[in-house]
Design a binder for this molecule. Sequence first.
Ligand SMILES: *Cc1c(COP(=O)(O)O)cnc(C)c1O
Length: 372
Amino acid sequence: MEIKSFSVPDRILMGPGPSNVHPRVLAAMAKPTIGHLDPAFIDLMDQIKLQLRYTFQTKNEVTFPVSGPGSVGMETCLVNLIEPGNKVAVCVNGVFGGRMREIISRCGGIPVVIDIPWGSAVDPQKFEDAFKENPGIKLSAFVHAETSTGARSDIKTLTEISHKYNCLAVADTVTSLGGIPVKTDEWDIDAVYSGSQKCLSCPPGLSPVSFNQRALDAIKNRKTKVQSWFMDIDLITSYWGSGSKRSYHHTAPINALYGLNEALLLLAEEGLENSWARHKENSDILIDGLKKLGLSTFVKDEDRLPELITVLVPDGIDEAKVRNKLLNDFNIEIGAGLGALAGKIWRIGLMGYTSNRGNINLCLEALSNALK
Ligand SMILES: *Cc1c(COP(=O)(O)O)cnc(C)c1O
């Protein structure tokens, strides 16, 4: 094999993430690296924290990007809020709910699983039943936008139910942040995490998180140490916390943070409401076009996400062949189904910078061509 510089193919990323990165974000990341304790960098960190509060719609002081992909944000929320023996209600209606359940067990928690058919939103009644049948649940965990199925759950109601039973709530907003409303304070979610590479139009590798006072108090009152050194909120906030000494915890991914700052700035320039509206409009246009091709969507209208549309593979069609043709002939990446949905659906992402008319037209044209 000849070793050489990597030449990147010119792809349109219409899968479940990453989405296309805005050129301004790429340009920001190409700037020279500076020290992670440089006063100029500390200013940038403050700016990122402020911007994230807007993005998450929160006043939470502890709002910052964890160094690591969305899964690290997931683990950070869970590992800080679970002590061995704690009962944790976890909604599983796709791959990511399943991942939460696995992390809960590894933290020594006792998962109380609310199993929901893949492709459906979490049923609040089933969720509440779990609390009635299992007294003493300390924490609940659910996914806002299930990227493996394209279903959206009502996390405002799930949080309300959790609080009614004196239980804290953790929400996964990896694929929802920037694409559909996420109102952390208004919905009173205790801990929330996201990812940089979905609707934020940034490369993967950073996971914005936010903890409210209730969550921080619960962490302060832990009887056992957080099992993870790297993800211990107390230790990380010695670096990211306001008024902290900003002492060394780990070396922040400097250039990735330049990129996130620019991505958040782009979102603020557009305005969250406008971004939500753009995702919805473009999704409607795509679905219209899919229908004209004789294709139907997997998730029913009320539960369907605008930024990730799952499409049923018609009978007699080899789904992988279609995906390969899209990639090889049109440079378009779409996603395959996962787990039980493998071979049955495609996942078309219209996230962040990817969500525009030109991409939709190209994708429809490519699908029409490939299906012939
Ligand atoms: C992508 C995704 C994750 C995991 O993010 P990574 O950056 O791949 O670790 C978690 N939850 C949901 C809903 C996702 O879509």
